[in-house]
Ligand binder design. Structure first.
Ligand code: G
Ligand code: G
Ligand code: MN
Ligand code: NA
Length: 251
């Protein structure tokens, strides 16, 4: 309850900011995208991690306002970065099931694109597997509407949920993000390697792009490139940084 009130105040005062982590094309080595990650620096300077405040925002409904703030900020930042770079960067934004269920969601999304000037083709929405356990008719219809704007659908934290794999063919999905728990011991664990290999082959067979998250070492990168993984993200390249720092690093 205390955190919910503090979060509301922080949002009112514009203290919730967005940091960006690059996504790298494993073939070219180029930065091809950026993931927006919410950041909350408390007045005392300490950082409250998103895995603590996002669930609070989801429980009390504040995620609707918070999510809109992050989406709008990120679209505007990605547009500016793309313009100054002279090539389009893809932007990935995490969205909670509760946002997707909100009746205003599509309006919020269209307005964020229109106001920023960002093309729908540059935007990716990261959703977690839990959404696929909800009423499939409603979810498929909403995802198809989003996709008609050119926006791509990404399954985040892939492999950690409890849902059946059948959803991969029932729902319109463009990209899979392999959870970092499978990447961590990739080079030493034949079990984790087998899982990663299989996810890459499966994603490509289904016509999806595949990204490895939590890439920290050169050996992991070499392994993933050899297996045909399309993209990588992780501390090997950069942690999430403020927009000015991101822009300066890639220009
Ligand atoms: O930045 P960090 O890796 O600490 O993020 C931790 C978790 O918080 C991640 O699982 C990420 O998906 C989630 N998260 C970060 N920013 C947002 C956001 O803007 N919206 C939602 N729904 N989740 C976010
Ligand atoms: O959306 P998601 O929950 O996947 O957000 C990414 C999270 O993973 C962020 O909290 C980010 O700080 C974290 N992260 C990003 N790269 C790495 C990495 O290379 N190693 C580890 N341990 N965590 C990472
Ligand atoms: Mn994510
Ligand atoms: Na993730």
């Amino acid at each position: 309850l205390v955190m919910a009130a503090a979060l509301r105040h922080a949002l009112d005062r514009g203290e919730i900011t967005v940091a960006y982590q690059p996504e790298i094309n494993l073939t070219s080595g180029e930065v091809v995208g950026l993931e927006a990650l919410a950041r909350w620096n408390d007045i005392d300077g300490s950082e409250i991690p998103p895995d603590r405040f996002i669930p609070v925002a989801e429980d009390n409904g504040l995620i609707i306002r918070l999510g809109e703030h992050i989406l709008r900020t990120a679209c505007a930042d990605a547009m500016r970065i793309s313009e100054s770079l002279g090539r389009p960067m893809r932007l990935a934004v995490n969205v909670s099931p509760r946002q997707l269920r909100d009746k205003e969601w599509l309006t919020v999304l269209k307005r964020a694109l229109a106001d920023s000037g960002l093309s729908g083709n540059q935007l990716e929405l990261e959703i977690t597997e839990g959404i696929f356990m909800e009423d499939p008719r409603t979810v498929v219809e909403m995802l198809n509407t989003v996709r008609a704007l050119g926006v791509a659908i990404v399954v985040d934290d892939f492999g950690t949920g409890f849902s059946s794999l059948a959803y991969l063919t029932r729902f319109p999905i463009d990209k899979i993000k392999i959870d970092r728990s499978f990447i961590h011991d990739l080079v030493d664990s034949s079990a984790d390697a087998a899982i990663v290999d299989t996810i890459i082959v499966m994603a490509h067979t289904l016509g999806m792009t595949v990204v490895a998250e939590g890439v920290e070492t050169e050996q992991q990168e070499i392994y993933l490139r050899a297996k045909g993984c399309d993209q990588a993200q992780g501390f090997r390249y950069s942690r999430a940084v403020p927009v000015e720092q991101f822009a300066a690093a890639i220009s």
